[in-house]
Design a protein around this ligand. Sequence first.
Ligand code: SF4
Length: 622
Amino acid sequence: MKGYAGKLLRVNLSAGTVTDEPLSLPTVHDFIAGLGFGIKYLYDELAPHVDPLGEHNKLLFVPGLLAGTQAQSVSRWLVCTKSPMTGCFARSCCGGDFGAWIRFAGYDFIIVEGKAEKPVYLYVTAEGTQIKDAAELWGKDTGYTQEWLTQQHGKDVRVACIGQAGEKLVKYSAIVSGKRTASRCGGGTIMGTKLLKAVAIKARRNLDLHDPDGFGKLVKEQIEIMRASKEYHKNREYGTTDGAITRNIIGVYPVRNYRYGELKDYQKLSPEAYKEMEIGDFGCYSCSIRCGKIHVVSHGPYAGVRSEGPEYESLWAFTGPIDNTNIESTVAADQLCDDLGLDSISTGVTIGFAYELYEKGIITKDDTDGLELNYGNHVVMMSLIKKIGQREGFGDILAEGTLRAAKHIGKGAEAYAMQTKGLELAGYEPRGLKGTGFGYATSTIGGSHTNGTVMFQEFGFPVPRPVDRFTEEGKTDIVIHNQNRDSSMEVGIVCFFAFLCGDWFGRIFLKMLEAATGIEKFADREYFDKVGERIWNLERAFNVREGFDRTHDTLPQRFQTEPLHTIEAEGEGQILRKLDQFLDEYYHLRGWTQSGVPSREKLQELGLGYVVKDMEPFLTKE
Ligand code: SF4
């Protein structure tokens, strides 16, 4: 099995066992790697209705097939589990080196199951894996944890760990690795439930490819194409910090808990302003774009704070939801979330939700530990982040995310929870990007912007075609196209920023899969696209088995009843009106029932015949 390690590492923390298992060949052929392995193993191994926070949930660390090679921007990795936020399948993507290190250690992926009796960490090498005492690390932040493990095991160790938030089971805890995070869906929370503080891998760079010379030529071609694109140089220069300007100009920057589409003084958050704070950059393994920018605050209340970010989503999450344009606070909040191990999107949206409840009088100072949640107040935002990360006072309620916090608070608070399937939405306004709204609604992991949304075609990206962002009709095929494409891209975990740098993906990436493995059909576009569709359908089947149906493919009512305000014209603006019509067409084109259940025929067509028996109870309800 050239290109593969040919085995996975299974760690059972309850039993204290560590086992190497061979990869199954049919799984390799049907799912290739990466996200394909993540959903296939979780679907097969997780009994329906397992408590996400219980001992029987599993956590997978999954690199893509080309991680650790010289191919550009394909060494990201995934955390797959059943989400404590949504109860759905969860996949969260992370950059850095850790994915490459899993492969260097001789594994295609890692499965962690069970629960330890006391805090532990895993020490993985090509010679074996040890479950080690983490008493020294429990209660410590992610920076300390990574430094301590590096001191213990040497510079060539790479770490994925949780901070205090994961230990305290904040529902949207992140896993932090180097300067990057697997933020979404609560993977860090699952590590916390297992008392698993960290996974540390020590390995030598070493992979065995089928055709190394051919692969090298493809990498050269890929680099030439990427470097010839404008996008490459823009991302290399600014990372994603231009997002605040470009999204505000067209009015899709969610502000004040998704009521407005723009910030009043958004120019204060310009890429040039971030540039002034920049002291360096960093990139994921084998990526010359190096979109990560390191910022240091030189003055004001946050002077001295240094952070490897924020990138666009975090930048937005610390400004839009609370109407804040203090740029230094975005660097400080980013660092604080990384230290505590928090998903910055869910943190920012949950805090924005609390600010609106405070404005409306649904909560008062008596509920917020005396804090005044007034728009623009970033000092209070920082206090709330600390409280959430430590589950202190009011932070204990917000640590549950908007949906659960709203249920706890009552008094109609649920109307202000900006989430889908329990996962907070991202920094793109669905009334100004309607296809993106449909993507949020039908995403298999909840309100994610990286799971098939069509924002880039709505911004003008020409493949398969650009679309008018305000139109609701005629986008269903693109939503499906993107969902399948994103699923297939994640067998090799192609970074989306690199995907946008010239036309290399269709021309080169599939050939790379073939050159790495010698499996010819991986270079066949039709076969490859089918794998993407198979992955998406299996994710859907996972969720159907958990009880999800059409009623969960929805968006907060705000988007469907309240016009998107602009600063100049409150009360005017776009509404998303045709979600139901979209769903009719979406299910039809997907080959699913009108309740959103994959049909027997579709499952058979995709080689998922073994799933039909699980869908029968839902199909016969029709
Ligand atoms: S573009 Fe940025 S996020 Fe993507 S692989 Fe490169 S450094 Fe990582």
